[in-house]
Design a protein around this ligand. Structure first.
Ligand code: SF4
Length: 413
């Protein structure tokens, strides 16, 4: 049995109590998420933590982040399999700070997988902030995948989202990235934007296909209550697209991308076979990942937690380099099984049927019978397929949320 080492986490700023996650020292946690909280402008739909006009704080943030990475490094896999730097807009971090951050990552973690096909190191970029110098620094620092936020290629819809980039900057950034040697590129899109028609969305899909990418993410617009767009919706200043149109857009996405050689491997994610995002698969398979930076969320040893959100709190509080955490959840078999079902059924690979039965039985000896009856009914309705692995069919995917709720209900007496 590999030795287990406790990861000491301070629950809240100033809290003396600690959470101890028992983590096997080998192979360690294979994935790492890093949150860079700077943006040039706040998009109206976005509820990720980020701040604008904060260039003067980038230096102190980078110092603090590097101290946190040093503290976390003993729990990182040797070597790490995936790193994802998200935000915010990581490509806004200045070049010297990127150089410092990459040097620190190489110093404190084993990144030897990143130079081979075995490791995946992704950085999110805003297309307008991508410059050849930055791309060269990222590439030589082991970054081998870029994820670009395009959201739409239609200026009117970008305006509704309050995205400030020029749609043509996406193709320019992709070209630049290819010239520097990036082979794994992804673009994020949003559909169901107020005022968007099915034909507008088809045009966006065709535009993204013309970029000949390996990976596309396409999400329906969500209205978070704490965002300007959510407030405008509540005031009646914008209207959601109607449900039927949104469903048509979703179905169109799946068929157009599938026919172009990018089948869905998750409800909203599409890739050429072999180009799936391994970091996100680690999330959806409920593997473990470390997290660094304000508001970054981690899952280790069954514990889930989120770092303090505000940059000031993150900069101000530290114990031996660790960030204080909030939203802590202790290991809980019921929650872990629910999360595994929720994310696993959104994957094309589905979930292991035998493991589902065993985990359900561990909660309640009668749960496997209820889950079995549900599985049988869904199969008869053509919504679920597979024996060893259970996966939603194309019709099942269209009502994935409802089916997942049914599975979660079947766990309870
Ligand atoms: S959507 Fe991206 S670029 Fe826009 S505010 Fe959010 S994190 Fe920043």
């Amino acid at each position: 049995v590999p030795p287990k080492v406790p990861l000491p986490l301070a629950r809240t700023p100033g809290d003396a109590g600690q959470v101890l996650c028992e983590i096997p020292q080998s192979p360690g946690v294979q994935s790492l998420y890093i949150h860079i909280p700077f943006c040039r402008h706040k998009c109206h739909y976005c509820d990720f933590y980020s701040i604008v006009d904060a260039r003067d704080r980038q230096g102190s943030f980078a110092d603090r982040l590097i101290r946190e990475l040093r503290a976390l490094s003993p729990w990182g896999g040797r070597p790490l399999s995936t790193i994802f730097v998200g935000g915010g807009t990581p490509s806004l971090l200045s070049l010297p700070l990127w150089e410092q951050l990459l040097a620190a990552l190489h110093e404190v973690f084993d990144l030897s997988n990143m130079g081979t096909g075995r490791g995946e190191f992704t950085v999110e970029c805003n297309p307008e902030t991508v410059k050849p110098d930055l791309l060269k620094v990222l590439r030589s620092g082991g970054v081998n995948r870029l994820s670009m936020g395009a959201q739409s290629f239609n200026p009117a819809h970008l305006k509704t989202l309050e995205r400030k980039h020029d749609p043509a900057s996406v193709a320019r950034a992709i070209d630049m990235a290819r010239n520097v040697g990036f082979e794994r590129l992804s673009v994020d899109l949003i559909f169901a934007i107020p005022g968007q028609t099915l034909e507008d969305w088809r045009t966006d899909l065709n535009t993204v296909l013309s970029l000949e990418l390996e990976h596309v993410s396409a999400y329906a617009l969500t209205y978070e209550p704490n965002t300007p767009l959510g407030v405008r919706l509540a005031r009646g200043e914008v209207q959601r697209v109607d449900e039927e149109l949104e469903a048509d857009m979703f179905a169109l996405t799946r068929s157009v991308l599938h026919d172009a050689g990018l089948p869905a491997y998750e409800v909203s994610n599409f890739a050429k076979p072999g180009s799936e995002c391994r970091h996100n698969l680690a999330y959806w398979r409920q593997e473990w990942w470390l997290a660094a930076g304000p508001s970054a969320s981690a899952h280790v040893g069954g514990h889930r937690y989120k770092n303090v959100v505000r940059l000031d709190d993150y900069l101000g509080e530290s114990r031996d380099g660790f960030a204080p955490i909030r939203d802590y959840e202790a290991p809980d078999p019921r929650r872990a099984l629910s999360e595994w079902i929720m994310t696993g059924l959104r994957l094309r690979e589905g979930i292991d049927a035998r493991l589902l039965g065993a985990r359900a039985e561990a909660l309640d000896p009668r749960a496997p019978a209820r889950v079995g009856a549900l599985t049988h009914r869904l199969r008869e309705q053509g919504l679920l397929a597979g024996c060893e692995r259970l996966a939603l069919t194309e019709s099942g995917i269209l009502i994935a949320d409802r089916i997942i709720v049914d599975f979660l209900r079947a766990l309870d007496p």
